[in-house]
Design a protein around this ligand. Sequence first.
Ligand SMILES: *[C@@H]1O[C@H](CO)[C@@H](O)[C@H](O)[C@H]1NC(C)=O
Ligand SMILES: *[C@@H]1O[C@H](CO)[C@@H](O)[C@H](O)[C@H]1NC(C)=O
Ligand SMILES: *[C@@H]1O[C@H](CO)[C@@H](O)[C@H](O)[C@H]1NC(C)=O
Ligand SMILES: *[C@@H]1O[C@H](CO)[C@@H](O)[C@H](O)[C@H]1NC(C)=O
Ligand SMILES: *[C@@H]1O[C@H](CO)[C@@H](O)[C@H](O)[C@H]1NC(C)=O
Length: 244
Amino acid sequence: MNFEKPLLFTRPPIWAVFAIAITIVTVSVINTSTIPLFPTQRVVPGDAAARDSGSVASKRSCAGFFRGGAARAVTASIREFGGVGDGRTSNTEAFRRALRALERFGDKGGSRLNVPEGRWVTGSFNLTSNFTLFLERGAVILGSQNEEEWPVIEPLLSYGRGRERLGGRHISLIHGDSLTNVVITGENGTIDGQGRMWWDLWWNRSLEHTRGHQVELKNSHNVLISNLTFINSAAGVRIKTDKG
Ligand SMILES: *[C@@H]1O[C@H](CO)[C@@H](O)[C@H](O)[C@H]1NC(C)=O
Ligand SMILES: *[C@@H]1O[C@H](CO)[C@@H](O)[C@H](O)[C@H]1NC(C)=O
Ligand SMILES: *[C@@H]1O[C@H](CO)[C@@H](O)[C@H](O)[C@H]1NC(C)=O
Ligand SMILES: *[C@@H]1O[C@H](CO)[C@@H](O)[C@H](O)[C@H]1NC(C)=O
Ligand SMILES: *[C@@H]1O[C@H](CO)[C@@H](O)[C@H](O)[C@H]1NC(C)=O
């Protein structure tokens, strides 16, 4: 035992890693104008889908600030795009295919992608506007452990450079830029970033690019995240209404 070792040069205690890594998001509403910044009432799980389906928002939930409008015109399952929820198969292409197909309904009443019970490994994919990602009961999205499925993109404007490494950064697992009317919700499904790999890369000094967020929506408005559990993120959840 070496009690004299300065704290900074040891690995951080496991609680610190997990305190950063575990983000449980119940409801996150971002909008710029006309609405109060903070909800005055407690969050009630479940309102996201209620709003999504067009019913009247509960006065007790900040989901009420979300302007969902009518139910999505089209609902599809990730299985229809070749998804396999076996905890091993990579669903990166399935999610990207699904989003490419569903974004066409953006101006035709919007769309919803259901993720059924199962363990769905995936790398990064981009969301689209007028869209709901819905994790059914028992659905777990698992962040891919293959770095190549987290492509490197431009650094954030607000940093002007990579955060942990100069240059580009890994894109977020669930990513969106310049979107509006986006809901990420479900029946208490889980988004597990499996971020341990990225922390290992960092601590063993082989991380080449800044870690990707678990969810990042930038320059985006009218966003609602609810009724989900977020665990083991590589770099948290980031929602921003402006560009950087
Ligand atoms: C929210 O999650 C709970 C717990 O799983 C579930 O019973 C409920 O149906 C969900 N609400 C909606 C609106 O999806
Ligand atoms: C989203 O839906 C609204 C209302 O139907 C529509 O005006 C808007 O153009 C849609 N956005 C996109 C990006 O399709
Ligand atoms: C997702 O969007 C980013 C820009 O925000 C882009 O660089 C990337 O290629 C997109 N990924 C896919 C799979 O379309
Ligand atoms: C939601 O899921 C979390 C983690 O899996 C669990 O701890 C919690 O009890 C669940 N809540 C409900 C209402 O099912
Ligand atoms: C660093 O950690 C990664 C992820 O666990 C592992 O794949 C890699 O082999 C490690 N490299 C070294 C030099 O220990």
